[in-house]
Design a protein around this ligand. Structure first.
Ligand SMILES: *[C@@H]1O[C@H](CO)[C@@H](O)[C@H](O)[C@H]1NC(C)=O
Ligand SMILES: *[C@@H]1O[C@H](CO)[C@@H](O)[C@H](O)[C@H]1NC(C)=O
Ligand SMILES: *[C@@H]1O[C@H](CO)[C@@H](O)[C@H](O)[C@H]1NC(C)=O
Length: 463
């Protein structure tokens, strides 16, 4: 029996994306079995349990091996990244035990891990397992990641203080403020961690990326040409995407509502599983949507808690009457729908009534929009999302930017302007044409003989 061990970082987005890779492999290569090592931290009681249960029952070739939790006190860590990296580092002995146990009953063909799980690379190497990365963001993001050590050597300043443009191979110039958020402060532990991850990237046997060739050709070429790692070899790149978790047969009130709206008339707003806004920002969005006059479907979450001990917990059920401007829901009743916390995003984006997407630019959301051919407005919040915004706007021509006022707020008139521009202007029309072209290319890439299927077979060949 040949087994592929997958090791995702905690967090729903990383887990789902990694499991999609497992599903892809067993679909086309049914002789492999997949074991997913999962860390389910006590400080984040997210809803992975039902998802894991669902996958285990529908895909018998995929099993989950839960690593024992290591209790950590969230109050001692400055950020969600910091506590996750610490958990991963401390879990290394458990990963080693798990891999040894697994190899007793099967041959481990490949150990595929998330970039954040880099501390486990040494274990894979020690146990003679070929170590691969599965990079859950795009090739542009990967190209920059490879280049981090080079940029590091070229300056002693923090990106947050530079106020300049960062030039990297294969990428448009990126404002230094828009670098990956954990990199902004050169003195932070997150920065140190990212530098270590970046230094380990070239040591993998291969890098699997959730993208497709024609979505990010310049970045892919730069990586393949080796110019992102000037002082050493670059491992082969396998662009096997876009992998997107299908919603399956979902029913949700918002889909029934969408059925009643005209084709391409609705702008959909959702900001990922962690994206939250303060109360005053929510009110600005509401005013902007109202002034735009367009139809909308908006997923609203409660503002972040002020209690430090709550900060890594999912927010409670939002109270819409309290959060939104007085009378807003009544006044927009015939053209807008606000849903609480969650919507079946893949089904929403592929619904014919949806004509635009205001997104936080998380990579899974970007790919879901690309697959559905929906143009975007980029409203990044955290992680690598500000970087993704630059790429979506400048390079891929798939999104309009949303501009912040001083203080970081996006005001109602900006929301109104961008929604109108996306839904009802020549600019919006151009974006929609590009989005339609990418949608067709994405489908082609994933079909028999398509670039992503060829990449998958090249990946599997040495196994
Ligand atoms: C591992 O592979 C070897 C050689 O192909 C085979 O002889 C052996 O039975 C396999 N071990 C397991 C546990 O499947
Ligand atoms: C290094 O920094 C200088 C000035 O800040 C810049 O002109 C140059 O392009 C940078 N080189 C690299 C390799 O990033
Ligand atoms: C890092 O911290 C040291 C000590 O507090 C400080 O002197 C230095 O300027 C900081 N460096 C950057 C790049 O922020």
């Amino acid at each position: 029996m040949s087994t592929i061990v997958l090791y995702p970082s905690p967090g729903m987005g990383h887990l789902v994306s990694m499991v999609e890779l497992g599903k892809l492999i067993v679909k086309h290569y049914p002789s492999y079995s997949i074991i997913v090592l999962t860390l389910i931290p006590s400080f984040n009681t997210g809803t992975t349990a039902s998802y894991v249960q669902h996958i285990s029952t529908t895909f018998p070739a995929i099993t989950f091996h839960h690593l024992p939790d290591i209790p950590l006190d969230p109050l001692l860590y400055p950020s969600i990244e910091a506590i996750i990296f610490e958990l991963i580092r401390l879990s290394n002995p458990k990963v080693e035990n798990a891999l040894k146990t697994i190899s007793q009953s099967s041959n481990v063909t490949a150990f595929v891990m998330d970039i954040f799980c880099t501390p486990a690379m040494s274990i894979g190497t020690k146990l003679n397992m070929p170590v691969y990365y599965f990079f859950t963001s795009g090739a542009c993001c990967l190209a920059l990641f490879f280049y981090i050590p080079t940029l590091h050597k070229n300056t002693s300043e923090s990106y947050k203080d530079m106020k300049t443009l960062i030039n990297s191979p294969g990428l448009p110039p990126i404002p230094s403020d828009d670098m990956f958020s954990p990199l902004l402060d050169r003195n932070s532990t997150n920065y140190a961690n990212f530098l270590v991850f970046a230094e380990h990237l070239p040591k993998a046997v291969g890098i699997i990326v959730n993208t497709f060739e024609s979505l990010e050709p310049k970045a892919i070429k730069a990586v393949r040409d080796g110019v992102c790692v000037p002082d050493g070899p670059t491992p082969p790149l396998y662009c096997i995407g876009p992998l997107v978790a299908e919603s399956g047969d979902v029913s949700h009130e918002c889909l029934n509502w969408l059925d009643l709206q005209p084709s391409k008339s609705v702008v959909y707003l959702c900001f990922g599983s962690l994206g939250v806004f303060k109360g005053d920002q929510l009110k600005e969005i509401a005013k902007g949507l109202e002034m735009s006059g367009h139809r909308f479907l908006w997923v609203v979450r409660s503002p972040p808690s002020n209690r430090k001990e709550d900060r890594f917990l999912p927010p409670p059920e939002p109270n819409l009457d309290e959060l939104l401007p007085e009378g807003f829901l009544d006044r927009t009743r015939d053209r807008g729908l606000v849903v609480k916390k969650w919507a079946p995003q893949v089904a929403v984006l592929s619904h014919d009534s949806v004509g635009g997407f205001v997104t936080h630019c998380g990579w899974n959301s970007v790919l879901e929009a690309v697959r559905a051919g929906v143009p975007m407005v980029a409203w990044p919040l955290y992680a690598e999302q500000r970087f993704n915004k630059n790429v979506l706007v400048e390079e891929m021509k798939l999104a309009l930017p949303m501009y912040e006022s001083d203080g970081g707020m996006i005001v109602a008139t900006e929301v109104e302007k961008r929604v109108r521009q996306l839904m009802d202007s020549e600019d919006g029309k151009l974006l929609r044409e590009v989005a339609t072209a990418r949608k067709e290319e994405a489908a082609l890439a994933m079909s028999d003989g398509g670039s992503s299927r060829v990449a998958l077979s090249k990946l599997i060949a040495p196994w």
